[in-house]
Design a protein. Structure first.
Ligand code: HDE
Length: 706
C-alpha cells in the first residue's frame, strides 16, 4: 500500500468478513466512538506498519480501549462480595407519626423508591449462591428527606457483640490464609476454632446450621435489621424498634444435599431465580414489620436490647406490620448498580436513630470507610444508584471522580455567598436530622457489659422451637461442618459449648463425630418461640414454584395438559423435560413441546415433579439413568412427586422405599399416585403448598433426632 492510500475497510479481504459487515456498519446515532466522541471505523484491527508489521503507539483507539479494560475491576466487598440487586418501591399501610417523624412512614400508600441487594457473606464475587451462609438483605430507601439504608441479614442475630471483633470473625470465616480454601463455606478449621472460643457466637451458629442458611430463594427468606434501633417522633420522643421483613411467599429453604448439588448445577441459583421472577412479572414482595418497645421498658427483658446476639421473641413483643415492599425492576447494568451500590448503616433520616449497640456503633464507622477504597474516593454518593432523590447541597469539594461542576464558596460561615448553604434554623424542625438526645454518663472502660454475658439461653430457645426435622438438619449440619475440622481439640470444645444449649444436640453431634457425649450443662431452659420454626412460616399458594414433567415419545399428552392447566392456574411454572429438545409425540401422535433437554437440567432446579403415564414413554424413562436419578433425588429432597398411570413404575425404578410404594401413606408423604390427571391435580397443588416432606421414610437420619 502506498502512503496516503486509505486503510482497507473492515471486511475488504474475505467473503466471511463481508457477510459480517452488516453487524459492523452502524447508523450514525449508534456509531462506535472513542471516549472523546470521535467515530471509529475499525475496532477489530490495531493500526500497524504494514499488514504483518508492528502495532503503532499512535493508535489512540487501541490504547484507550485496552487501558480502559485494564481498569475495569474494582475491589470486591471485603464481605458480602457476591450479591444480586433489584429496584422497587415501599409503601406504608398506615401513618406511623405516633412513633416516628420519618417522612416515608407518614402517609399510607405513598411510594418510596428502593434498591435492594441480597448477598452471601463469605464467598468472593464469583462463588456459588447456595452455600451455607447468612444472606445479606440490604435496602436503600430513596426518601424525600434523604437516603435511608436498612442494612440487614436474613438472620435476626449476629456472631459477635462488639464490632471490634469483626475483623477477627471475618478472618476466621473467610478462606484459610495459606490455601485460600474453602470457597463460600464455613466448614473449616479457622472458623470453628474461633467460634469454639467465642461462646457469644452460639446463638448465631444455631441459625447458621439450620436450613435458614440455605434459602430456596431470596424471595422466600426473612430479613432483619438485627440491632435495636430508635424511632423518634416529631417532639423528639424515642421508641426502641426492631425491623423485620417477611416474604409474601413464605419462608422456604433447600435441603443440604440439594444445595450442594445446585451449587454445581447452577451456581447462580438464587440470582437467576430473582432475575427471572422479576422479568416474568412475578414481583417479589415483603412485608415490613416492627417490634416496638417503649423506652421505659428497656430493662424489662432477660437480655439486653443492645446485644445483637439476642432476639425479642415475637410472642413477647408481636411484630406489627407497617408496610410492604415490591421489587419490580431488574438493574440495567450489574456493575453500575448492584456492584457500585454503597450501603451505610449511618444513612438515616429524621425519625430513625441509633442505639448504643456496640456492633451498630462500629458499623457506623465501617461502611463509609470501606466505600472509600472500594469505590475509589469520597464522591461515590454521586453514582446514579447511590444518588438521593432529595436535594444535595454540601460544602464538600473535589476528590476523585467528582461529577458535579460546583460553583460558589465552600466554607461555613460565609458572607460572600450570602451564607449559603445555611443551617436549618432552630425553629425549623421538619425534615432536619437532629440526633436523639440520649443522656449518657460513664467511665471510659474496655469491658463487656454484664448484661451481655448469657450466651446460651437464646441458642436453647432456638433449638427448643424447631420441629423434629429442623432439629435433625441442625445436627447434620454441625456434624458436616465439624467433620471438616482437623483439630480434635476444636471439635471437642465446640461440642462442649453445645452441651450448654441442649443435651440432645450435643450428644447427637458428638455421636456423629465419634466423640463421647458431654455432660449437659445444668439449668437448661425449656422455653420456646413457635415463630422461629419454618413450619409456621409458610406462604400462601404455589406461585412461581417450578415443576418438571418428565416426558418421552408415548407420554400421555392430554394428562400433561390437564395437570399443567391446573398448576399454571395457580401461578406455578411448568417445564417439560425429555432426552432431547424439540417435541415428543403422544400415544395418539399428539405433539408435546419439550422445554428443556433433560441432560441440561437437574431435579435440584425444580420444586416438584410430575411423571405422566404412557407405557412406551415410561419404559424409555426407566432406561434413562438421568430420569431415574431425577425421581430419586426429588424423593430424597422431600419434593412433591405426582405420578400418573404407568408413571408409577418410575417410583420403583428410583428405588423408593417399599413402605411408600405399598403402604398406602404415599399421599401423606407428598407422593401422589393416581390414575387420571383430574384425580391428581388438586392433591398435587396441595402438596406443593406444603413445600417439602421431610418425614419420608429414609430421609431423617435416625441418630440425629430422638
Ligand atoms: Fe456488614 N459490612 N458489618 N453486617 N454488611 C459490609 O460494607 C461490618 C453486620 C451487611 O449489599 C461492608 O459496603 C461491620 C451485621 C450487609 O452492599 C463492611 C460489622 C449485619 C452488607 C461491613 C458488620 C451486616 C454488609 C463490606 C460489625 C446485619 C452488604 C462492604 C460487626 C445486620 C451490603 C460494604 C451490600 C457489608 C462491616 C456486621 C449486614 C466492611 C464492621 C450485624 C447486608 O463495611
Amino acid at each position: 500500500m502506498t502512503s496516503g492510500t486509505p486503510n482497507p475497510r473492515p471486511g475488504e479481504h474475505d467473503e466471511k468478513d463481508r457477510q459480517l459487515d452488516r453487524f459492523r456498519a452502524a447508523p450514525e446515532s449508534d456509531a462506535l466512538t472513542t471516549d472523546q466522541g470521535v467515530r471509529v471505523d475499525d475496532t477489530d484491527n490495531a493500526l500497524r506498519a504494514g499488514e504483518r508489521g508492528p502495532t503503532l503507539l499512535e493508535d489512540f483507539h487501541n490504547r484507550e480501549k485496552i487501558t480502559h479494560f485494564d481498569h475495569e475491576r474494582i475491589p470486591e466487598r471485603v464481605v458480602h462480595a457476591r450479591g444480586s440487586g433489584a429496584y422497587g418501591y415501599f409503601e406504608p399501610y398506615e401513618s406511623l407519626a405516633e412513633y416516628t417523624c420519618a417522612d416515608f412512614l407518614q402517609e399510607p400508600g405513598r411510594r418510596t423508591p428502593v434498591f435492594v441487594r441480597f448477598s452471601t457473606v463469605q464467598g468472593p464475587r464469583g462463588s456459588a449462591d447456595t452455600v451455607r451462609d447468612v444472606r445479606g438483605f440490604a435496602t436503600k430507601f430513596y426518601t424525600r428527606q434523604g437516603n435511608y439504608d436498612l442494612v440487614g441479614n436474613n438472620f435476626p442475630v449476629f456472631f459477635i457483640q462488639d464490632a471490634i471483633k469483626f475483623p477477627d470473625f471475618v478472618h476466621a470465616v473467610k478462606m484459610e490464609p495459606d490455601s485460600e480454601m474453602p470457597t463460600g463455606a464455613s466448614a473449616h478449621n479457622t472458623f470453628w476454632d474461633f467460634c469454639s472460643l467465642q461462646p457469644e457466637s452460639t446463638h448465631m451458629l444455631m441459625w447458621l446450621m439450620s436450613d435458614r442458611a440455605i434459602p430456596r430463594s431470596f424471595r422466600m427468606m426473612q430479613g432483619f435489621g438485627v440491632h435495636t434501633f430508635r424511632f423518634v417522633d416529631a417532639e423528639g420522643r424515642g421508641t426502641f424498634v426492631k425491623f423485620h421483613w417477611k416474604p409474601r411467599l413464605g419462608v422456604n429453604s433447600l435441603v443440604w444435599d440439594e444445595a450442594q448439588i445446585a451449587a454445581g448445577r447452577d451456581p447462580d441459583f438464587n440470582r437467576r431465580d430473582l432475575w427471572e421472577a422479576i422479568e416474568s412479572g412475578d414481583f417479589p414482595e415483603y412485608e415490613l414489620g416492627v417490634q416496638l418497645v417503649a423506652e421505659k421498658d428497656e430493662d424489662a427483658f432477660d437480655f439486653d436490647l443492645l446485644d445483637a446476639t439476642k432476639i425479642i421473641p415475637e410472642e413477647q413483643v408481636p411484630v406489627r406490620p407497617i408496610g410492604r415492599m415490591v421489587l419490580d425492576r431488574n438493574p440495567q447494568n450489574f456493575f453500575a448498580e448492584t456492584e457500585q451500590v454503597a450501603f451505610h448503616t449511618a444513612n438515616v433520616v429524621p425519625g430513625i436513630d441509633f442505639t448504643n449497640d456496640p456492633l451498630l456503633q462500629g458499623r457506623n464507622f465501617s461502611y463509609l470507610d470501606t466505600q472509600l477504597i472500594r469505590l475509589g474516593g469520597p464522591n461515590f454518593a454521586q453514582l446514579p444508584v447511590n444518588r438521593p432523590i432529595a436535594d444535595v447541597n454540601t460544602n464538600h469539594r473535589d476528590g476523585y471522580g467528582q461529577q458535579v461542576i460546583q460553583s460558589g464558596d465552600s466554607y461555613f460561615p460565609n458572607s460572600l455567598s450570602g451564607g449559603c448553604p445555611a443551617h436549618a434554623g432552630a425553629a425549623d424542625t421538619t425534615g432536619v436530622f437532629r440526633h436523639y438526645q440520649e443522656r449518657v454518663a460513664g467511665e471510659k472502660v474496655r469491658v463487656r457489659s454484664e448484661s451481655f454475658k448469657d450466651h446460651y439461653s437464646q441458642a436453647t430457645l432456638f433449638w427448643n422451637s424447631m420441629s423434629d426435622w429442623e432439629k435433625a438438619h441442625v445436627v447434620e449440619a454441625f456434624r458436616f461442618e465439624l467433620g471438616k475440622v482437623g483439630s480434635t481439640e476444636v471439635r471437642e470444645r465446640m461440642v462442649g459449648n453445645l452441651a450448654h444449649v441442649h443435651g440432645d444436640l450435643s450428644a447427637a453431634v458428638a455421636a456423629g463425630l465419634g466423640l463421647p457425649a458431654p455432660q449437659p450443662a445444668s439449668g437448661i431452659r425449656t422455653h420456646a418461640s413457635p415463630a422461629l420454626s419454618q413450619e409456621n412460616l409458610g406462604g400462601h399458594g404455589i406461585r412461581t414454584r417450578k415443576v418438571a414433567v418428565l416426558a418421552a415419545d408415548g407420554t400421555d399428552v392430554e394428562d400433561v395438559e390437564t395437570v399443567r392447566g391446573r398448576l399454571t392456574e395457580e401461578g406455578a411454572l411448568v417445564e417439560v423435560l425429555a432426552a432431547d429438545e424439540g417435541s415428543v409425540h403422544g400415544a395418539d401422535s399428539e405433539v408435546l413441546k419439550v422445554d428443556r433437554a433433560l441432560p441440561t437440567m437437574a431435579s435440584v432446579l425444580y420444586d416438584a415433579l410430575l411423571v405422566p403415564g404412557g407405557k412406551q414413554a415410561v419404559q424409555t424413562l426407566m432406561d434413562d439413568p438421568a430420569a431415574v436419578r431425577f425421581v430419586e433425588e426429588s424423593y430424597r429432597h422431600g419434593k412433591p412427586i405426582a405420578v400418573e398411570g404407568d408413571g408409577a413404575q418410575m417410583l420403583a425404578a428410583a428405588r423408593l422405599p417399599a413402605e411408600v410404594l405399598n403402604g398406602g401413606s404415599a399421599a401423606e408423604q407428598g407422593v401422589i399416585i393416581g390414575d387420571g390427571a383430574e384425580g391428581i391435580a388438586d392433591t398435587f397443588v396441595g402438596a406443593m403448598e406444603h413445600h417439602r416432606f421431610m418425614h419420608r421414610p429414609g430421609l431423617l437420619n435416625p441418630g440425629a433426632i430422638d
